[in-house]
Design a protein around this ligand. Structure first.
Ligand SMILES: [Zn+2]
Ligand SMILES: [Zn+2]
Length: 239
């Protein structure tokens, strides 16, 4: 399996060369190219990505609005995401059942519900092909069934909206927002995942001194026995 971080910018105004495009991951396996998420930045720019399929985590603008004029390939999403995208002119729609492996172009995607938004419920994906296994959750407060999601995972790819501050709001009984990277690294430690890559970068990373932030992140990660990297647009990883 090979990964290309097509975009690493979260739902923020700021943009830099390293974090220009809305968060999206291209998963490559043999000849297959499957794109996870397609935010507004990708509108009209899919030709150069040339995906065989697109998989969506949720319907927020920075994850799905690039499809508002349709898609050049099949699109896979959970029911709750399709409900919000009803009016999009996407012809080839496929349903992803949560907690069931769905094979897409030879790559298995299993959706795990994550807490993040009430109006646009989100999932994270456990993605496996051959012996490679990753978990990808660009927006989340927590994973409902974290142990199952992270079992045997080689790389946790998580939400960089915030490093140490809390972006969590209460709405009635539910929580919305993003967990800090610091918290996500504790999950990796608890579930025995030794590598983490941070994407969906927030303003702390995008407008801050990334070298300094990376250094402090490495210190936090080392305490948890995790090797951490901050993804940038165009970064590739081979598993
Ligand atoms: Zn987002
Ligand atoms: Zn979101």
């Amino acid at each position: 399996m090979k990964l290309t971080f097509l975009g690493t910018r979260g739902e923020i105004e700021a943009q830099t060369r390293r974090h220009r495009m809305h968060t999206s991951l291209l998963v490559l396996h043999r000849a297959a190219r499957v794109m996870i998420d397609c935010g507004l930045d990708w509108l009209g720019k899919l030709k150069r990505v040339d995906p065989n399929a697109i998989v969506l985590t949720h319907a927020h603008p920075d994850h799905a609005w690039g499809l508002k004029r349709g898609a050049p390939c099949p699109v896979y999403a959970p029911q709750k995401t399709w409900q919000e995208l009803q009016l999009y002119p996407i012809k080839d729609r496929h349903l992803i059942e949560e907690r069931t492996g769905t094979k897409i172009c030879g790559i298995t995607f299993e959706a795990f519900p994550v807490e993040h938004s009430i109006r646009s419920p989100a999932v994270g994906y456990r993605v496996s092909a051959g012996r490679a296994r990753i978990f990808y959750a660009p927006d989340l407060i927590f994973i409902d069934d974290r142990s199952a999601a992270l079992k045997g995972v080689q790389i946790y790819i998580g939400d960089g909206a915030t490093i140490t501050r809390t972006f969590i709001r209460r709405r009635g009984k539910a929580l919305i927002g993003h967990s800090p990277v610091r918290t996500q690294l504790t999950w990796c430690q608890k579930e025995g995942v030794h590598r983490a890559i941070i994407t969906h970068c927030g303003s702390e990373i995008v407008t801050g001194d990334e070298r300094k932030i990376f250094a402090s992140l490495c210190a936090i990660a080392a305490e948890h026995g995790v090797d951490v990297r901050i993804a940038y647009d165009g970064m590739t990883v081979a598993l």
